[in-house]
Design a protein around this ligand. Structure first.
Ligand code: PHE
Length: 469
């Protein structure tokens, strides 16, 4: 019955596709720029290889052993835990609702560059194109997921990811020819060890790494359900982490030389991709080609990540109901669409806002920021404390205590520093617009509480599975 990836390469490209996204090419350079450049790299690499990789392996081990989705994996641990599985699946859908909006922006900038139009972000937001693009992207993601694991997700990833690597490599080579290359690279790569004493930098780095690797969302668990027994989970996790970090670094090596060549601010944050860079492209030799390449690659990378976010709940829903994959996709994507409309309208003349903050920024600053550590915490804790299984122990080996003790502690610490506003500017769509920790944390827990309630009602929908070696 169960679907499988057609090859290990297919599995790797699908998981790398899930990991590599806006987080690597847009968010990473923004966070590095705001945290003063190279200093940030040390905690970033440490977080990636010491913490994120073991958590990836945990998700892989659970997914492959049980050959199932997040909800029934939690259900296997115990009847009550199924509710937590639904929390994870639901939180991922909320993230998807605004990830699709951002993906739509990228698509719009790509199409505009193709047409030779230099968009400014303000000009773009003065139209309803952001909403139109949201509709288009939502449709594309739904079509891919409803086509299935092999025919949809794997086919997309194996086609698109090589293009992403090649185009990014090409852009990095082009960046070498820019007069600001040396300065940009120095800013990006020179470590300043003094900042390592700043807990805010560490917190920003951890937040970025977990987001960027798509770990702690049940995505990797879901994808590992389709992998064969012979695949080495540690090797795969290592390859994914290296690829993800490499893409982020390559993006840095493209973005910072451009920024320094044009003499603009590296700390522009979110503005970097949609305001700073388009202006830079317009002023550069071959700028139009560069713009098409940059936004095209960003779009493809975002698309494969959006697909992975949807697959988590589609996999769960098809098992919890009698629905076919296309039907489950249509129902869930319908829900995500409704949820995403206010975000999509935030930067249009409709200007959807809550408490004076664009709705999109509000979702990003609340659920978008805090749901991720919560779901990662649930995965790490439930599958080591509540279910202490031989399979997971054997797979993690000496890294078991990292997942059981260190990761939960780190996640709590990161969440607390971010909520208390102690973290350095990690990521926010409009810098500093929502500084009040409570305004960000309260809605997150509101949403999670609603999901928990729904999950509780649905807890008997799925059956437990058996741990298999
Ligand atoms: N990792 C993806 C990126 O870097 C986005 C993502 C985040 C996907 C969280 C799933 C969960 O863009």
């Amino acid at each position: 019955m169960a679907e499988q990836w057609s090859s290990r390469l297919g599995f790797l490209l699908a998981t790398i596709g899930a990991a590599v996204g806006l987080g690597n090419i847009w968010r990473f350079p923004s966070v590095v720029g705001q945290n003063g450049g190279g200093a940030y790299l040390v905690p970033y690499l440490f977080a990636a290889f010491v913490f994120a990789v073991p958590l990836l392996v945990l998700e892989f081990a659970v997914g492959r052993s049980l050959r199932t989705d997040v909800v029934s994996a939690f259900r296997t641990v115990g009847r009550r835990y199924a509710a937590l599985g639904w929390v994870v699946a639901g939180a991922v859908l909320v993230i998807l609702s605004y990830y699709l909006v951002l993906t739509g922006w990228v698509l719009s900038f790509f199409v505009a560059s193709l047409a030779g139009v230099t968009l400014t972000f303000d000009g773009f937001a003065a139209t309803y194109w952001p909403a139109v693009a949201f509709v288009v992207v939502t449709g594309v993601v739904a079509v891919v997921v409803s086509a299935g694991v092999k025919a949809g997700i794997e086919r997309l990833s194996t086609t698109v990811m090589p293009i992403v690597f090649v185009v990014l490599g090409g852009l990095a080579c082009y960046a070498v020819t820019l007069p600001g290359w040396a300065e940009g690279v120095a800013f990006f790569l020179t470590p300043r060890l003094s900042v390592l004493a700043d807990p805010g930098v560490w917190s920003a780095a951890f937040g970025q790494v977990f987001f960027s690797l798509s770990v702690g969302q049940g995505i990797m668990l879901t994808y590992a359900a389709y992998v064969d027994e012979g695949t080495s989970l540690w090797k795969s996790a290592g390859v994914i982490a290296v690829a993800d970090v490499a893409v982020a670094c390559a993006a840095g090596l493209v973005v910072f030389p451009i920024v320094f060549t044009l003499g603009v601010e590296p700390s522009a944050g979110t503005q970097l991709a949609f305001t700073t860079l388009p202006r830079a492209f317009a002023a550069m030799p071959f700028g139009r080609v560069v713009a098409v390449a940059f936004f095209g690659l960003l779009f493809l990378a975002a698309l494969t990540s959006a697909v992975s976010l949807l697959e988590v709940s589609v996999a769960s829903a098809t098992r919890a109901t009698e629905w076919s994959r296309p039907r489950a996709t249509a129902v869930l994507m319908g829900g995500v669409f409704c949820l995403g409309v206010p975000s999509a309208l935030s930067y249009t003349p409709a200007g959807a806002a809550v408490l004076g903050v664009p709705f999109l920024d509000f979702v990003d600053a609340s659920v978008g920021t805090f749901a991720l550590p919560v779901t990662a915490f649930l995965l790490a804790v439930v599958f080591t404390w509540a279910a202490d299984t031989a399979v997971v122990r054997a797979e993690l080996g000496r890294a078991y205590p990292v997942v059981k003790y260190a990761i939960p502690i780190v996640l709590v610490a990161v969440t607390a520093t971010t909520a208390a506003g102690l973290a350095r500017p990690g990521w926010s769509l409009t810098a500093g617009s929502i500084s009040d920790g409570l305004v960000r944390v309260a809605p997150t827990f509101g949403v999670l509480a609603v999901l928990l309630g729904v999950g509780w009602l649905l807890r008997d929908r799925v059956r437990p599975r058996r741990w298999r070696r």
